[in-house]
Design a protein around this ligand. Sequence first.
Ligand code: GUN
Length: 285
Amino acid sequence: MSYIIDGKAISAQIKEECRERVERLREKGVSVTLAVVLVGDDPASCVYVNNKKKACEFCGIESRTYELSADTTQQEVLNLVQTLNADESVNGILVQLPLPEHIDENEIIYAISPEKDVDGFHPYNVGALSIGLPGHVSCTPAGVIELLKRSNIEISGKHCVVVGRSNIVGKPMSMLLLRENGTVTVAHSKTADLKAVTSQADILVVAVGKPKFITEEYVKEGAVVIDVGIHRMDNKKLCGDVDFDRVEPKTKAITPVPGGVGVMTIAMLMHNCVTAAERKECYER
Ligand code: GUN
């Protein structure tokens, strides 16, 4: 029987810890504020932004949402980011992606102060992760590490295969697993004989963006499988990048969809916001 990793319970635990940390800061007269910038009205982005607001409310973090119309210019978004950088009361800045096509995402991310970049997308934070300096880590891969650690799954010395090489998940995921002393392989769409590679994994992290792509032939008996994907099927049910019903019997532990990795992203965002406020408080003391 496989162990089903309970992302819901672990994310609730992390949010509760954040709530307590916010309370401790409040006792010192420090408040925590997240600024969320939403450009346009992409329905999925609106849902994410609302979920972030709810999590902030639970943790006692003040959230300020800046809703800009889809025809906002690059310069207007940059001006807002610069205003938020300079605002001492703002600890975290999150610009919801994707941005409309006429906006250069990289330039916007680059403009955010690294210490307020609670998404961990700024090149400074990406570089800091790769050389072991403190910085904010991208929320989804950071959430995967928490799921493994809090489920008592050893990473050190294990062969970890990450399928996917995106800037948001695959690349930071591989750096984090390496930091935890895993032996890391990154596979992607051009990998030759993907099954032969994934079948070597003790820990298999899948972020390919294709529904039910990973079936039992890709997985070693007794592996731990982490599914980062989330898709809505024609029957309205959610599924991941892993075909759960076919893969689960072969695994030692596996994340479900929903209730696995997805719920961890916002919990880690809360963690990054509180950390930003704690670091600032510590620095100013
Ligand atoms: N869009 C989808 N996921 C994310 C995320 O984690 N951060 C930001 N900024 N935008 C997103």
